[in-house]
Design a protein around this ligand. Structure first.
Ligand code: HAS
Ligand code: CU
Length: 585
């Protein structure tokens, strides 16, 4: 009998942790996804399951569970897989691996309980404050959560830091045994991503530990909202690449093989990941083009850096599509575009990832529009932005992860996938559902439909789409959301039923794509992680020192705060005039 060579046969102990991380991620996906349906139907006024007063509880849970919990649990799983597989050795000590996983779980539970307490009529008082966290996934001041929310976040982030330590330790151990070898590409991708994760999470850790947590505990009276916002976005842009890099990794090392060929260029892939390490952080201010209190010049620098950061994604589009074409031609594909037909469209792993890539091409365009300082004024805080990130994190990342799960779950459990046709239907449904939903969101944003509100219609104000009607746009969003929910249910069903399957001998080997141009063609300097990290830190210092200094100078380290100013949501004219008179000399 042929020997089976699945991941679980090579690394049984690691496979258990990875499996646990995947299931944590799927649980978050299930709850977060369902809440997505609830709010889409609510906003479009199709069916209302909740009171509008609970809208922000739902929105916070949806955002946190999907953008933070689902994504990061899944990626720590595949990063652990990538490091151990490409170094051909296990982690140094699986007890350490379990401990960071446990820390992330405890953090998630704390955050989850605090958010969901928002549904209770009388939330229990702990530490002198009611349990609550209706602060959305961006959680910057002036919104304030219960201290448990921040403590939970800290535990989760520290858990992810220790995961990074685990990957580095494994690599150091391997380097000791293989002193003269190049870092294998998947490990290289994990390490560069981890390095910028350390750089960017420094900002959010500072924001939580020095400002938000002491403020929610009542140790300090106020904070400077612009400072905590800026620290959040210092982290908040780079985090999107923390989600994206594992998807890119799969496109580089799996898609070429699934297509029947090899990766076009290992050196180019290394350059791409180095560029992400350098440029992911010093541009967070592109989320703050409309924030008063930051000078235009700093916003312009953020815009310039953002435009440079398009480069690694454009290189990725080229390299990955070239590799797919190479694969298709190996399989007999011909012609300028005819080769597309020779791709393995019946394979859900391939098709899911390819469709995710295709949607990301559109997402890249909406990202470029967001990034233009002047055009951003049109789309900021509208549903356009929501359309943008459902194509990026909601498809490029989420669909790639779901497609990857069809390959990974058999690898880490030794069980064959329950149903491949259902899986193929599932990835197609995601693509179709997202086409309806995100297209309508982008369109409605263009005529000013706001994001983050339960009642987007504003009584007495008529939206006028350039084409079609508001009702038609709402119908498309609702239809898209329903299709996405069906797709999600099929995904979870497949995962659950697979776990009831018996062990199978028909699991593909745990290998990934070879390369046409390998690491020997890449200049040695690309592997100099210390050098790139140092440059990345210098760039951050250049981009952030002056804006942060001026924010602190104008608004105070701990603010004048908003408390003293008695801001109400819609102040009457007299109050506005009075405030203007007070602040104007
Ligand atoms: Fe973004 C807002 C700019 C990428 C996520 N973004 C957001 C928010 C989220 C988010 C969550 O400059 C909202 C945050 C909030 O709550 O307020 N974004 C960009 C730019 C890029 C970009 C320039 N975003 C992402 C990614 C995300 C993400 C990736 C998550 C994973 N974004 C912005 C800006 C804002 C913003 C502003 C603020 C807006 C505002 O006003 O609030 C770029 O990185 C995009 C580059 C991408 C490309 C595409 C390359 C194409 C590829 C496809 C290859 C095809 C294949 C398949 C493999 C240039 C790689 C081929 C298939 C065949 C069949 C052949
Ligand atoms: Cu961004």
């Amino acid at each position: 009998m042929a020997m089976r060579n699945a991941y679980v046969d090579q690394f049984p102990a690691e496979a258990k942790v990875i499996k646990a991380a995947f299931w944590s991620s799927f649980l978050a996906l299930a709850i977060g996804g369902l809440l997505g349906l609830v709010q889409a139907l609510h906003r479009t006024d199709v069916v209302r399951f909740i009171d509008s007063a609970d809208y922000y509880t739902v929105l916070t849970a949806h955002g946190v569970l999907l953008a933070i919990t689902f994504t990061i649990f899944f990626l720590v799983g595949i990063f652990t897989w990538a490091v151990t597989t490409s170094l051909e050795r296990g982690v140094v000590d699986t007890r350490f691996t379990w401990s960071w996983y446990a820390m992330m779980v405890v953090g998630t539970v704390l955050v989850g309980v605090t958010i969901f307490a928002g549904f209770l009529e009388d939330a229990p008082e702990i530490l002198g404050a009611p349990l609550n966290a209706d602060v959305l996934f961006t959680f910057y001041a002036p919104l304030q959560a219960h201290p448990f929310f921040y403590v939970g976040l800290v535990l989760f982030v520290v858990g992810s830091w220790l995961a990074g330590v685990d990957w580095f330790r494994t690599w150091w151990a391997w380097r000791g045994e293989n002193p003269d070898e190049r870092i294998p590409l998947p490990t290289f991708m994990v390490l560069t991503t981890t390095l910028f994760w350390y750089i960017c999470t420094f900002g959010v850790a500072l924001s939580i530990l020095v400002f938000l947590l002491p403020w929610s505990l009542g140790i300090v009276d106020s904070v400077n909202p612009l400072l905590t916002r800026t620290l959040f976005w210092y982290f908040g842009h780079a985090v999107v690449y923390f989600w994206l890099m594992p998807a890119y990794m799969m496109w580089y090392i799996m898609l070429p093989k699934l297509s029947g060929g090899k990766l076009f260029s290992d050196p180019l892939a290394r350059v791409v990941f180095v560029l992400f390490l350098l440029l992911s952080t010093p541009l967070g201010i592109h989320h703050q083009y409309l924030d008063p209190g930051i000078a235009e010049g700093y916003k312009f620098i953020a815009m310039t850096n953002t435009m440079f950061l398009l480069l690694p994604s454009l290189l990725t589009a080229f390299t990955v599509v070239a590799s797919m074409e190479h694969g298709a031609r190996q399989r007999g594909g011909e012609g300028y575009l005819g080769w597309l037909r020779a791709l393995p469209w019946r394979d859900p792993v391939f098709t899911g990832m390819a469709l995710a890539g295709l949607m990301f091409a559109a997402a890249g365009f909406s990202g470029m529009i967001n990034a233009g300082m002047n055009i951003n004024y049109l789309v900021h805080n509208t549903w356009w932005v929501v359309g943008h990130f459902h194509l990026t994190v909601g498809t490029a990342v989420a669909l790639t992860f779901m497609a990857a799960a069809y390959w990974f779950i058999p690898q880490v459990t030794g069980k064959a996938l329950w149903n491949r046709s259902v899986a193929l239907g599932q990835v197609l449904l995601w693509f179709i559902g997202m086409t309806f939903m995100s297209n309508a969101m982008h369109r409605s944003g263009l005529f000013g439909m706001p994001r983050r509100t339960a009642e987007p219609q504003y009584s007495g104000f008529e939206f006028e789409p350039a084409a079609g009607t508001v009702g038609e746009i709402n119908a498309q969003v609702a239809l898209g959301a329903v299709i996405l929910t069906v797709s999600l249910a099929l995904f979870l069903l497949n995962m659950v039923l697979t776990s009831f399957n018996g062990s199978s001998d028909a699991i593909p080997d745990n290998t990934y794509a070879g390369t046409l141009s390998g690491p020997e063609d890449a200049p040695e300097i690309l592997d100099n992680l210390k050098l790139w990290t140092a440059i990345a830190i210098v760039l951050v210092i250049f981009a952030y020192t002056l804006p942060v200094a001026s924010i602190v100078e104008n608004g105070g380290l701990f603010g004048p705060g908003i408390e003293g100013q008695q801001l109400t949501l819609v102040p009457d004219t007299a109050t506005v005039l009075e405030t203007v008179r007070e602040v104007m000399p």
